[in-house]
Write a protein that binds this ligand. Sequence first.
Ligand code: TRP
Length: 330
Amino acid sequence: MKKRILTGITTTGIPHIGNYVGAIRPALSMVEDADESFFFLADYHSIIKNNDPTNILNSVKSIALAWLSCGLDPNKSYFYKQSDVPEIMELSWILNCVTAKGLMNRAHAYKSATSLNDNDPDKGITMGLFSYPVLMAADILMFDSTHVPVGLDQVQHLEMTRDIAARFNHLYKSVLTLPEPMIKEKENVVPGLDGRKMSKSYGNVIPLLENEKNLKKSIMKIVTNSLEPGVPKETENCTIYNLYKNFADKSDISAFETSYKEGISWGEAKEKLFQVINAELMPIRSKYLELEKDTDYINDLLSDGAKKARSLAKTKILEIKEVTGITKIT
Ligand code: TRP
């Protein structure tokens, strides 16, 4: 069987270091190792929690630019917007019809949203939020993905995808491929400015595509304890250190550890962190500045990507519809 990797990023907010380290960089490093790779902008997922069209559109643009600036090669990978492949929506409905409501009741994202409500558990809950995992399953199953690189927070969605696919295969015919999650190691959770997981919903992100000055400004905002310069410091649970680890090589990391024992000041540690991050982002930033002006190029590229993805999706959806009885009268 072909190895097909697939992953998407929800298009709310601007791309940040967490997206880069957690999703974009590892996904792109797997391209050579796979037979086919699919990277997409989950814009239909983004309207679940965001009703601001300008925000969505800006986010689609900047996340598309982030993938491309980080080295995505549209000749090697499928690259498209979810909304440009309407077959995914058709599949999503079909999957809705085989998905147990009880399975969705157990989804973490839905449960944590209802747990914030006191009296009315349904307050602020849309059907979109409730069936979010079904749309994600459609994204994955549409292209017979075999491997899905995800963070720990998405593992449950992958299990649900497998459950839904197995149920479909059992009810109709075995036409859906059950994907494997490729889980990134726990220690690779990228901390944000306040030490919690870097996430647009926490507002603690370090932006990916900002200029040098703003990158530095952002890094200087990392929250630390109040230990003075000269006092030895712990690397464990230190946000600066945990970020540094994701950008430096082994020898730099051990030198950084030594400087902690020797009482490096937080200011200096942040400066060192800025240096390693900036060194890695420099070529990405210059590619971004070059591409950013050319919206026609990005639009053409995405419409081209959608065309290629749709040629696979059209064949697959016909097969799926046929086994469900949504087909020509004979
Ligand atoms: N739910 C994912 C996230 O928020 C984004 C996503 C949508 C996705 N569809 C996907 C990831 C399919 C992997 C595969 O991070």
